[in-house]
Design a protein. Structure first.
Length: 323
């Protein structure tokens, strides 16, 4: 561990709730065919599917943000965990080592206020983890612009509000680490998650730029790219989708769109605790990597990134566009 990095502020916008991820048989069959093209034996995949179906309902407490907060704490960091609502952090409040604060990343005033309070209390912020994020599913042609704006405001502008607020402090200390949480979906964009993927693509580009711009000030900027991680972000995505105006052009795809929200939760996703352990170890290195990816199918998605576009389109159609 880098002993100089002992104050970490985590921005986590996740809820504690039960996740239902019962997969449709047709969708499962499509996934089997998709994975077989990569040389994975059909019997092995079907065995995994049966195990998944037997555990189609499970509880997820928190997710990536909660797991990161606990792991940073275990490594000796003093952690300030934040969320828009304190009620989503009741499990973290039970740990006396953690400091919990409400923070709305869509509010310039609130961001400035909370960061000032943290600096007043601890004297410094060594690590900022921008993990606040909301999912948005639906066809681009029928997703309300207001839903797109809300997703960008949280996922992209929220991260930039936090970054702009903390950079002057880190520059004054001539050191610091900013961690932006992207997504492996950027490597192979597919239907029904275009808005979310676009926000994460923006995060990847902004992170690469920030890394170069902040290097002269001794600030490390790290792009953390999760694969399939067991989390609960899909529930809020479906709840938001259900409140959108009824689909017209894409009505026949409605069930496929709902299923898209849970695709990362199928096929044995990596536990958030495992992801957090690997991520925190990477972030706390004296010379952290510029890019760190971990989680189920992160390698597979990276392979897809280098495939011809027609082949990627074929896979996406087989898996995600079943009526």
């Amino acid at each position: 561990m880098d002993s100089s990095a002992d104050i970490a502020i985590l921005v986590a916008d996740e809820c504690n709730q039960k996740v239902n991820t019962t997969a449709e048989k047709a969708s499962n069959t499509a996934e089997v065919g998709w994975l077989m093209m990569f040389g994975i034996e059909e019997k092995k995949i079907e065995s995994l599917m049966r195990k998944f179906e037997a555990k189609s309902q499970f509880a997820v407490a928190g997710g990536i943000g909660h797991a990161l907060a606990r792991e940073f704490t275990e490594k000796g960091c003093r952690v300030v965990a934040t969320s828009r609502s304190r009620s989503t952090m009741t499990d973290l409040e039970q740990d006396s080592r953690l400091f919990v604060k409400e923070l709305d990343v869509q509010s310039d005033q609130n961001v400035s206020k909370v960061l000032s309070e943290v600096i007043d209390k601890f004297g410094k912020i060594d690590v900022l983890v921008n993990n606040a994020g909301v999912q948005c599913v639906g066809p681009l042609a029928e997703t309300p612009i207001s839903a797109m704006e809300n997703t960008f405001n949280t996922n992209v502008f929220g991260s930039m509000r936090m970054t702009q607020a903390v950079v002057p402090h880190m520059v004054s200390k001539k050191k610091g680490k900013i961690v932006n949480v992207g997504s492996i979906t950027v490597m192979a964009p597919g239907p029904w998650a275009g808005v979310y993927t676009a926000t994460k693509a923006a995060i990847h580009a902004l992170t690469d730029t920030l890394r170069l711009e902040l290097r002269p000030f001794g600030i490390d900027v790290i792009n953390v790219v999760p694969g399939g991680i067991r989390t609960n972000i899909a529930n809020s995505a479906v709840a938001t989708f259900n409140k959108m105006p009824e689909l017209k052009l894409y009505k026949p795809y409605e069930e496929a769109i709902r299923e898209r929200a849970f695709i990362s939760q199928r096929m044995n996703p990596t536990p958030a605790e495992t992801f957090a352990r690997d991520t925190v170890a990477a972030v706390l290195k004296k010379n952290p990597p510029a890019w760190f990816s971990s989680g189920r199918y992160s390698t597979l998605m990276a392979v897809m990134y280098h495939m011809p576009l027609w082949l990627k389109d074929f896979f996406q159609k087989q898996v995600l566009m079943k009526k």
